[in-house]
Ligand binder design. Structure first.
Ligand SMILES: [Fe+2]
Ligand SMILES: [Fe+2]
Length: 511
């Protein structure tokens, strides 16, 4: 492809509505090559594209473009431009994930800004990002509220002219955004409060709701959605229903992608408050599926939190293996399959099954009793954290870039959080460790001290993943090839008994 050709293709991309076919994905690949080369002529188009990519569900690509540009400014000592581009980069990334690297980058930037009075205009913007991080990724709702309010305070000290000179979002827009997020936080706090404090959280939310001053169509719908949610949580079901119906008129072709799943989510919230758990669950799943295929990562996270919150409060809580519970388990695994179709059709079940066989062998060899229930459940749920990984990465036809790989590596931790929320701490421990190895070469922590249960599921996952056709660029291996590779893993990456157990199981034709 010639340079002109690429640039005109990139320009076409700006008018694109969805990133869902292979041609578009191939184009993203071209963009990535350009990012690596920091292609001069294409740079203005690429920068313009970055905002678009964020909305199309490829926020990590947007981050990469903006981050590279930011670094280039830093080298030329253009500090203000650096902090502006870095802010935009981190904001794009906040839609997808906060990797340890990004988290560090954010905290170090805040420190530097605080030390340098020339940069104080950036403080409220960066504090808002940090508040968002606590809000969405850390579930520390009280901390997030305090940070948002602090950011709002600092906004007062900044002149409008300074902001518009830099091309940052206006003060008013930031205030709207912050208020909207604070309302969401009070709603979330209310969900987790004992009955007698629920009122209090709602009246806090109401105070902020009154200050939510929408100026354009998008903000108007956002404020409207918050009002509906308020009525749902205040048990004004009739009003909420009427508003939900009315809201359908506001969904235009342009905002359908972002708002349709939001309305579906509220329909589910309404059913949930009325204790119609099963209906609520399936409506949440509808909302999620509509959002998944559009790559709306942030909304997906909200809905997934809703879903796991719902399951954890259901009457069948703690009994995911009852017939009632299994409906949810199956449905969650189906969701995972439809989101990550490279995972292999029955990866979760196969890992669970193989883990059970391995457990039998390990018990036979060592005479120790091993927690089979937790192993089976962890086998099924080990990759459940991938539900939170952006669809665009999971279905990427080309090999992953380092930053995307870092994002994928967060799935054991997220999965463990889910299992904890559902009330299974032992399962959480196994899920968290399913990519760790006893020589410390695994992720996310490089932990060396791993229970036999964790190692059993980890080895079953490694074996199943290696022999299953998954990603296009990765060929499956035969069982013999995999056994050959791992024959000296015993005592290095896994306990010798676990590796021995795998050999026995495969030889007996059970693996
Ligand atoms: Fe995994
Ligand atoms: Fe897996």
């Amino acid at each position: 492809m010639t340079e002109e050709n690429i640039i005109s293709k990139l320009e076409n991309l700006i008018s694109l509505k969805e990133l869902d076919d292979d041609n578009t994905k191939a184009l993203i690949h071209e963009i990535e090559k350009l990012i690596d080369r920091r292609h001069r002529k294409a740079l203005p188009v690429i920068l313009k594209l970055s905002f678009h990519l964020e909305r199309l569900g490829a926020p990590i690509t947007a981050y990469e473009i903006l981050y590279k540009e930011a670094i280039a400014r830093k080298k030329r000592n253009k500090k203000k431009e650096y902090f502006k581009l870095l802010y935009l980069a981190l904001k794009a990334m906040s839609m997808a994930s906060f990797t340890p690297f990004v988290e560090r980058l954010l905290l170090e930037s805040i420190e530097e800004i605080k030390k340098n009075s020339d940069l104080s205009v950036f403080l409220p913007y960066y504090l808002t990002l940090d508040a968002f991080y606590h809000h969405i990724y850390m579930f520390s709702y009280e901390v997030a509220i305090v940070e948002y309010l602090t950011a709002k305070e600092f906004l007062n000290f900044i002149r409008d002219e300074e902001i518009s000179e830099l091309g940052l979002p206006s003060k008013r827009k930031m205030e709207f955004y912050i208020t909207e997020n604070i309302i969401d936080l009070y709603f979330r706090l209310r969900d987790n409060m004992p009955e007698y404090r629920k009122e209090e959280m709602l009246s806090e939310a109401q105070k902020h709701l009154k200050n939510l001053d929408a100026k354009d169509e998008e903000e108007y719908i956002q404020a409207f959605l918050k009002r509906i949610e308020f009525h749902i949580l205040s048990h004004n079901y009739k009003i909420a229903e009427e508003l939900l119906n009315e809201g359908k008129n506001y969904i235009s072709a342009q905002n359908e992608r972002s708002f349709k799943p939001c309305f579906k989510r509220l329909e589910a919230r309404l059913l949930r408050e009325q204790n119609k758990y099963y209906n609520a669950y399936s409506r949440f799943v509808d909302a999620l599926q509509e959002s998944i295929y559009y790559g709306n990562n942030f909304l997906e996270k909200l809905i997934l939190d809703d879903i796991f919150n719902l399951i954890s409060k259901m009457p069948a809580r703690g009994q995911l293996f009852s017939s009632e519970g299994e409906v949810f388990l199956d449905s969650m695994l189906n969701l995972l399959r439809s989101k990550d179709f490279y995972l292999g059709v029955d990866h979760s079940h196969e890992v669970a099954q193989l883990s059970v066989h391995l457990t039998g062998e390990v018990e036979k060899i060592t005479g120790k009793e091993i927690d089979l229930d937790s192993i089976y459940m962890a086998g099924l749920l080990h990759d459940i954290g991938k539900l939170y990984i952006p669809w665009f990465i999971l279905t990427k036809p080309t090999s992953l870039r380092p930053i995307e790989w870092e994002v994928i590596q967060s799935h054991p931790l997220i999965g463990a959080q889910v299992a904890l929320k559902l009330g299974y701490p032992k399962v959480a421990e196994i899920i968290e460790g399913h990519h760790e190895r006893i020589d410390g070469s695994g992720y996310p922590y490089g932990k060396k001290n791993l229970s036999l249960e964790t190692q059993i599921v980890a080895l079953a996952d490694l074996f199943q993943a290696a022999i299953t056709p998954s990603r296009i660029y990765k060929k499956p291996k035969t069982k013999e090839e995999v056994l050959e590779e791992i024959k000296d893993y015993g005592g290095r990456k896994f306990d010798a008994v676990v590796v021995q157990a795998l050999f026995n199981v495969v030889r007996e034709g059970k693996g």
